[in-house]
Design a protein around this ligand. Structure first.
Ligand SMILES: Cc1ncc(COP(=O)(O)O)c(C=O)c1O
Length: 436
């Protein structure tokens, strides 16, 4: 018999992502269960999940309909691939998804946000090549952007620490400046100034020629870079420049997708339509990994002129459209619709904004940013970069709230089911932690 040996419960074997193993081992913080807007720790303590998992548990934890759908699916079709054959659930997922995004015809399924981003970038390059414009190789990203950790996403990403260990990545990646300017501190929602920063894209065009620029990718609201809503007019200006020069506009909606701003997708909230956009996280309420790239019809059509027997796109993952993820996605979409989850965001966003900006009198606070149910409170640096936010994070963990330290900011993205009372509790806990 192949029984598992009785392994010691050590903390060494798991190489944790984005973690200082020494700091973690000195003070391991772990959870064992979750329900609604709370995690339950190994210490038995309930903590408010101020980060919705990691910007992903939009309907809260342990929704019974999603759990049941996954369990049922595991017992009927555990796996089937989609390479030249298929299974109906993946098709159902794709049609349900595009129905939420008028203007988009198709979705390419992946397993994560990083894969979705790299897929979108590859689609952009292949699209231009298919149209006979193979010189378009430049991919433009932005400082402070987070587009996951695969080679393409890292190349267009703009968080230096994430890139430093890996040398040259995609050689034709360029970056626009970020939009976190001092004059926009404490903006409620979209900052009023800074639309002109989108002209950085025009500078790339002017420098290299439009015939060399394939695509620009931005998060409608930069998330892991510290919650940076776009300045009023910024996304519109990007769209204009793209239209003028045949450049594809890609929105990375891994965080802003599935109700984070109160609409199905962030581009609907800002009323600017990209050519391609990525999703992940909330697409299955984070229960089973899944991501995707939505494409407008004109993108898809460009791929239909090759030999009929050949794949349209030489790209795909063993688990693209995995049945368990597909079942989780369908149940999640039902829950979002039937439980009015996105509507709650529209109701709660002003309460969230007032709570956050009510913290502006706390000692050391130098900026507060928000949109939809995303927010960040930034503190003046205290010693090494990030010290202050890590200290507040640790204090809040002890007090019963989980936040995400990013630089000197603490970022939050609670489950979209959050109530007014819980928002009040979050504010009170941050006030207490900052005082201590
Ligand atoms: C905007 C954005 N893109 C891509 C990713 C990467 O997603 P994943 O961690 O699922 O690969 C993230 C993750 O936070 C993200 O915020």
């Amino acid at each position: 018999m192949n029984e598992r040996p009785n392994l010691p419960n050590d903390l060494d074997s798991f190489w944790m992502p984005f973690t200082s193993s020494r700091a973690f081992k000195a003070n391991p913080r772990m959870v064992t269960a979750a329900e609604g807007s709370h995690y339950i720790g190994v210490d038995g303590k309930r903590r408010i999940d101020g980060t919705g998992g990691l910007w992903c548990c939009n309907a809260g934890h342990a929704n019974p309909k999603i759990i049941e759908a996954i369990q049922r699916q595991a017992a009927s079709l555990d796996f089937a691939h989609s390479f030249g054959q298929g299974h109906p659930l993946a098709f159902e997922v794709a049609s349900r998804l595009v129905a939420l995004a008028p203007g988009f015809d198709q979705v390419f399924l992946t397993n994560s946000g990083s894969e979705a981003v790299d897929t979108a970038l590859k689609i952009a390059l292949a699209y231009h090549a298919a149209k006979g414009e193979g010189t378009r190789r430049i991919l433009v990203g932005r400082e402070k952007a987070y587009h996951g950790i695969n080679f393409g996403g890292l190349s267009v990403g703009g968080i230096g620490l994430n890139k430093g260990q890996f040398g040259t990545l995609y050689p034709d990646a360029h970056h626009m400046r970020h939009t976190a300017t001092p004059e926009n501190r404490f903006s409620r929602g979209q900052p009023l100034q800074g639309a002109d920063l989108a002209n950085d894209l025009q500078r790339v065009v002017d420098t290299y020629g439009a015939h060399r620029v394939a695509a620009v990718i931005v998060e409608p609201v930069a998330g892991a870079g510290g919650v940076l809503p776009p300045p009023v007019g910024y996304l519109e200006r990007l769209r204009e420049i793209c239209d003028a020069h045949g450049i594809l506009l890609i929105f990375d909606e891994v965080i802003t997708g599935f109700g984070r701003l109160g609409t199905s997708f962030g581009h609907q909230y800002f009323d600017v339509t990209p050519d391609l956009f990525t999703v992940a996280k909330g697409v299955t309420n984070a229960t089973v990994p899944m991501g995707g790239v939505f494409a407008q019809g004109h993108i898809r059509e460009a791929f239909l002129s090759g030999p009929e027997a050949m794949p349209d796109l030489f790209h795909g993952y063993t688990y693209s459209g995995h049945p368990l993820a597909a079942a989780a996605c369908l149940a999640t979409l039902d829950v979002y619709r039937d439980e009015g989850i996105f509507e709650n965001v529209t109701r709660m966003a002003p309460v969230w904004e007032d709570m956050l900006h009510g913290l502006s009198d706390l000692p050391g606070v130098i900026d507060i940013r928000n949109t939809g149910l995303m927010g960040a409170v930034e503190f003046a640096p205290d010693g090494a970069p990030g010290n202050k936010a890590r200290a507040i994070y640790a204090e809040l963990w002890d007090l019963g709230l989980i936040v995400r330290p990013i630089g000197d900011s603490v970022a939050m993205s609670p489950p979209l089911t959050i109530t007014e009372d819980l928002i009040g509790e979050i504010g009170a806990l941050i006030r207490k932690a900052a005082a201590e």
